[in-house]
Design a protein around this ligand. Structure first.
Ligand SMILES: O=P(O)(O)OC[C@H]1O[C@H](OP(=O)(O)OP(=O)(O)O)[C@H](O)[C@@H]1O
Ligand SMILES: Nc1ncnc2[nH]cnc12
Length: 236
């Protein structure tokens, strides 16, 4: 790890600790993290940065668990198992905080493009793209005007309805690496279409990530279609 990467990791750890501190006293934060309350106070106030090992623990392990808890508190599941996650996908600062935890906690290689499907995946994809400093692209269910060339992926859903997603062909170059993300994965049909698009673009897949898995089917289906890491922050 070079100096800049080390500093970035340390600052990310401070961000995670500040997020946790919002709803905790220092004693409670000490209990959650296993770190001394005095050290935590200095980190949160920005007087001292946590060392690399502590920072990694906070970002990768603790951060992931804390974010999953925060996510669970924000989502509502109705009687039919459908998820209302507006409180998450409308909260860009929360997603910005989630991005480094996701990037470090799921072993994704840094991609060239973060790809999602309109609409609800867009804010998460933007947060991750911004974290990596790479492009964000989203496929849509209709062709955008004035774009001449598209990559398209079509599938007949279990319901019998045909679903097509279109991505401007210029969004991904051959040989680039693509991280497929979405707010939610259930059947995995959407992710499969996005993986098809990456395949048609001759791109490599860096991974598949969803904030929420509604059941295990979608994750399994994505794993059947790529050897790259596949994961979700929480399962309902
Ligand atoms: O794993 P699947 O069964 O494919 O379901 C997951 C997809 O469903 C939702 O999008 P939706 O199609 O409702 O479009 P929206 O984002 O515009 O609401 C969600 O944002 C995912 O993209
Ligand atoms: N909000 C949602 N909850 C569960 N499954 C879904 N599939 C598509 N949207 C969904």
């Amino acid at each position: 790890m070079n100096r800049a990467e080390k500093a970035a990791l340390q600052l990310r750890a401070v961000d995670v600790l500040r997020m946790l501190k919002e709803t905790r006293t220092y004693d409670e934060l000490a209990e959650t993290t296993g770190l001394p309350a005095g050290d935590l106070n200095r980190y949160v106030n920005g007087h001292v940065l946590p060392g690399t090992d502590r920072a990694r623990e906070v970002v990768e392990d603790l951060g992931r668990e804390a974010l999953a808890e925060e996510l669970d508190a924000r989502i509502r599941v109705d009687d039919d198992g459908y998820v209302d996650n507006s409180a998450t996908v409308f909260d860009q600062p929360f997603l910005d905080l989630a991005a480094p935890v996701v990037a470090n906690g799921f072993n994704f290689e840094r991609p060239d493009v973060v790809l999602t499907a309109a609409t609800d995946g867009i804010t998460l994809a933007a947060a991750l793209a911004s974290y990596y400093g790479v492009r964000c692209a989203y496929a849509k269910k209709r062709k955008e005007t004035a774009v001449e060339e598209f990559i398209e992926a079509r599938q007949r859903l279990q319901s019998g309805i045909e679903l097509t997603y279109y991505l401007p062909a210029s969004a991904i170059d051959p040989g680039e690496s693509v991280l497929v993300v979405d707010d939610l994965i259930r059947s995995g049909e959407t992710q499969e279409l996005l993986l098809d698009i990456a395949h048609t673009a001759d791109a490599d897949v860096a991974g598949v990530f969803a904030l929420i898995a509604a059941g295990e089917d979608g994750i399994r289906r994505a794993r059947d279609h790529t050897d790259a890491p596949v994961g979700a922050l929480t399962t309902v």
